[in-house]
Design a protein around this ligand. Structure first.
Ligand code: G
Ligand code: G
Ligand code: MN
Length: 456
């Protein structure tokens, strides 16, 4: 688990960049191409690690730069793959032209340490908006295409449906049980920041799945599978247990934080959930006040009586509840008032562009006032810009969460966050990779002023 966490913390920033590029393309009605490049070596010398690996990756970088435009970005993922992001293409034909140029360059022999190395590049391609409109799944689809290229020994493959869901999903159902048993799941943490003090007020726990064959799978893809197959119960218990262990470890290091775990609607069906949570808190020896649970508005409203019963039992343990994605469901205000919840999170769809969209700003302000009138703490999620943060502060919103402050990051990144004010939100180090630095001077867990990595 630890290894994955280290890897992912660097990829978080990459994800942010893909997200921003997609947003810019959306506004300018452009398309985006994402190419993931990986290598197979026909002899048995390792490409990664040591100076040979570094030397090799540097020459790959130089060759890529020689065929790309300045506006194209190159990233190196922590898994060793190289990614090319084309922010403005007209369609798949464009991307194929670039892929062929890249292949042509990379197929020329490499001289490593004076030896000629036989290396086969393979490329997986996905396009926005054809293959996905979200950064996470676009990256995943390019990975899927790359795996297809490796499997079929093709030099490049463009993502298509048949690589994805059709024979992906049944496998996932079978594999998910295995994943829980074999701990292929791991956790990332996204800070929630107090708008009054600038300190980290909590960490939302977000599950990821490192599939042995398909690579990284996002919760949007596996949580629904878990819900359909009943695996959501053991999965949630796994997440709770590991989040509590991590929180206790941080606390022991003097890092004073709470964790917030997402519950699914199906978790509320399990009559034994309160007792299981009590058991976990005892076994990990954690104060219940350290745990927060997020539950969506629609999960509660699906059966408010049942939700009330389960929530009350868990609340009586000393655990706090927050309503997640508020504004997307149809809450009965009468029920809302009676629920044993301490806070609400405004859905990111209202927050993301609130500085541009007056209606959304009005909705956000109204939800904040509603929450405060009900005596709730209000958190805004999806805060991506300084302007949004400033508006939220003016509206007296209590806390904020979003890419402006930090994407979800590894447990180690959280420690650096608290311990080392010179560390940045993400641990991407290479300037050559065309990522401008995340400028976020932090002191003792305070995110003073984080700035998103913008166009180079
Ligand atoms: O981290 P990401 O944006 O990909 O999360 C997508 C969705 O998956 C979010 O709505 C989040 O609440 C949900 N999610 C992430 N981790 C978990 C988890 O451990 N349990 C449940 N039930 N949902 C999760
Ligand atoms: O539904 P839920 O609130 O649990 O979803 C949380 C998820 O939202 C996180 O896991 C993260 O991947 C995603 N997220 C967090 N911050 C931002 C942001 O600023 N913008 C966008 N688009 N997504 C975000
Ligand atoms: Mn959530």
């Amino acid at each position: 688990m630890t290894e994955n966490l280290v890897e992912l913390s660097g990829n978080g920033l990459f994800q942010v960049r893909v997200h921003q590029t997609i947003q810019a393309a959306q506004q300018a009605v452009r398309k985006v191409g994402l190419l993931i490049v990986d290598f197979e070596r026909t002899d048995d010398v390792s490409l990664s690690g040591g100076s040979l690996g570094v030397e090799f990756l540097e020459s790959v970088w130089l060759r890529l730069r020689s065929v790309l435009r300045d506006s194209d970005a190159i990233f190196r993922l922590d898994g060793g793959e190289t990614v090319v992001l084309l922010p403005s293409v007209t369609g798949p034909e464009d991307v194929v032209v670039v892929a062929k140029k890249i292949l042509n360059k990379l197929e020329q022999p490499f001289l490593l340490d004076g030896f000629r190395a036989d290396i086969r590049p393979r490329i997986g391609i996905a396009l926005f908006p054809e293959h996905s409109t979200s950064a996470n799944s676009l990256i995943q689809r390019a990975h899927t295409a790359l795996n297809g290229a490796k499997r079929t020994r093709s030099s490049y493959i463009i993502y298509s449906q048949e690589h994805g869901h059709n024979h992906h999903t049944p496998l996932q159902m079978r594999d998910l049980r295995q994943a829980i048993v074999e701990e292929q799941l791991f956790l990332l943490y996204q800070p929630k920041v107090s708008l009054k003090t600038g300190s980290i007020s909590g960490l939302e726990v977000l599950a990821r799945w490192r599939h042995p064959r398909f690579g990284l799978i996002e919760p949007d893809q596996f949580i629904p599978v878990a819900e359909r197959t009943g695996l959501i119960i053991p999965l949630t218990l796994w997440v709770l247990h590991n989040a509590l262990l991590q929180c206790r470890a941080w606390n022991k290091m003097g890092i004073d934080v709470n964790v917030a775990v997402n519950l699914s609607m199906w978790n509320l069906d399990a009559l034994e959930l309160p007792e299981q949570i009590a058991g976990l808190l005892r076994s990990v020896d954690m104060a219940p006040g350290r745990l927060e649970l997020e539950i969506t508005e629609s999960a509660i409203m699906d059966d408010p009586k049942r939700a009330m019963r389960t929530l009350t039992l868990i609340r009586d343990l000393g655990v706090q509840f927050t309503i997640d994605d508020f504004g997307t469901g149809y809450s009965s205000l009468a029920h809302l008032k009676k629920l044993p919840v301490a806070g609400m999170k405004i859905d990111k769809s209202f927050v993301q562009n609130m500085e541009l969209d007056r209606d959304n700003a009005v909705i956000v302000r109204s939800i904040i006032d509603l929450g405060h009138n009900l005596g709730l703490k209000v958190v805004a999620e999806g805060v991506e810009t300084r302007e949004a943060k400033e508006m939220l502060t003016e509206f007296a919103c209590d806390e904020a969460q979003g890419y402006y402050f930090s994407p979800p990051v590894s447990a180690q990144a959280i420690i650096r966050f608290f311990n080392d004010p010179t560390q940045r939100v993400s641990n991407h180090r290479s300037r050559r990779e065309n990522i401008s630095r995340v400028n976020s001077p932090r002191r003792n867990g305070k995110i003073v002023d984080a700035k998103l990595p913008l166009e180079p």
